[in-house]
Design a protein around this ligand. Structure first.
Ligand SMILES: *Cc1c(COP(=O)(O)O)cnc(C)c1O
Length: 379
């Protein structure tokens, strides 16, 4: 059989993810990047994102940036910090590490609180560091650290950072739109996310929701021409256009994805579906005999890390291929200490898809000759 006669697989990954037919269909038209019709789409998307974040439009601006999510994080860090600042980077996985690497490359001073692979940074630890190093000006936190799937305690840390009068920069890439975040209730100065995560668009741009005062202070700070967030904002405000060629099809698909997000009941509706996905997944996986890396209280509704079984017949690449042939793409682990793999709960998936995944999983395991012990089954 030709491969293109097979139905496309479900992406159980944290983005790019499985998108709806309507979102894909929205890309079947070409747009002039300078034309009013497209400028209106950009303006509408920016307004809707501010509303989703419950960010007052007088205080905050939403600035989209071409590229993957990391491009937006880089442009946000370059704009919101300067060489005299000192940033406290809270790390418990790959994305916290990446932020430190970005700060290093742009010549910013920083200190880190490294909790290893999956332990959460705690608000009291942040308070101790802010008192110990009064020269710290800003704190960087990853909300859902996608490398393990942990949902870090954003609200409590934001409170500590605010009490100490520091700036809080949040990588909410994999949580925004799928987990409630309110800038009206939680003191966050900069929030970064992208098109292809919980809003279920296709890849091509990220966006930064940032206090206007910080944007203005960021004039002339950027280390990069194309990733100059202030210049992007200033140009967009003045002309309605993106400063360089925008990913037009992606932006229009994103507007369609936003309409579906609203129809589903906004962030709360989406969070409820992702939570049902996660619960069906975790329950079924534990029944098969897989253990989760994290205790229940830290599991996000975004992605879950499962520990690879000790059985010598279990091998990730073979498991991946067996699931792929059954229509599911899973995600490798990103831990340094233990063997693991990850299953995403976001995208156009529901609990029924998770149930078919669980059946495929059992099928794949018996094909591989993996028999999980009743001991782990009872875990
Ligand atoms: C996806 C993601 C990013 C951005 O990764 P890109 O590959 O650049 O899109 C950043 N932070 C987190 C937490 C993510 O999940």
């Amino acid at each position: 059989k030709m491969t293109n006669s097979i139905k496309e697989p479900y992406l159980l990954t944290p983005g790019p993810l499985t998108t709806s037919h309507a979102t894909k269909a929205a890309m079947l038209r070409d747009w002039g990047s300078w034309d009013d019709d497209f400028n209106q789409v950009t303006a509408d998307v920016r307004t809707q994102l501010l509303a989703m974040a419950e960010a007052a439009s007088g205080e905050y601006a939403c600035v989209p940036m071409q590229g993957s999510g990391t491009f937006a994080v880089e442009s946000a860090l370059a704009c919101a910090t300067d060489p005299n600042d000192k940033v406290l980077v809270l790390m418990n996985g790959a994305y916290g590490k990446r932020a430190a690497q970005l700060l290093h490359m742009m010549g910013r001073r920083y200190v880190t609180l490294d909790k290893g692979d999956y332990l959460p940074p705690q608000p009291n630890e942040v308070a101790v560091l802010l008192e110990q190093y009064p020269e710290i000006t800003s704190v960087f936190l990853v909300h859902c650290e996608t490398s393990s799937g942990i949902l870090n305690p954003l609200e409590a840390i934001a409170e500590v950072v605010h009490t100490h009068g520091k700036t809080l920069i949040v990588d909410a890439m994999s949580s925004f739109g799928g987990v409630p975040i309110s800038l009206a209730k939680t003191p966050i100065d900069v929030l970064v996310s992208s098109a292809n995560k919980c809003i279920e668009g296709v890849p091509g741009f990220g966006f930064v929701i940032i206090r206007k005062a910080l944007l203005e202070a960021g004039k002339g700070r950027a280390h990069s021409l194309s990733l100059d967030l202030y210049a992007q904002w200033e140009y967009m405000e003045r002309t309605g256009q993106w400063r360089f060629t925008p990913p037009t099809h992606t932006v229009v698909a994103f507007q369609t994805a936003l309409a579906q997000h609203r129809e589903e009941g906004g962030v709360r509706g989406r969070c409820a579906r992702y939570t049902r996905n996660r619960d069906a997944l975790v329950k079924g996986m534990r029944a098969i005999g897989f253990g989760t890396l994290l205790e229940d209280g830290w599991l996000s509704p975004i992605i879950t890390t499962f520990l690879s079984p000790n059985d010598p017949a279990f091998e990730f690449n073979a498991f991946y291929a067996a699931l792929k042939s059954r229509g599911f793409l899973i995600y490798p682990g990103k831990l340094t200490e233990v063997e693991s793999f990850r299953i995403g709960c976001i995208g156009q998936l529901d609990a029924a898809v998770m149930e078919t995944l669980l059946v495929a999983m059992q099928d794949a395991l018996s094909e591989m000759g993996v028999f999980l012990s009743s001991h782990s089954r009872s875990a």
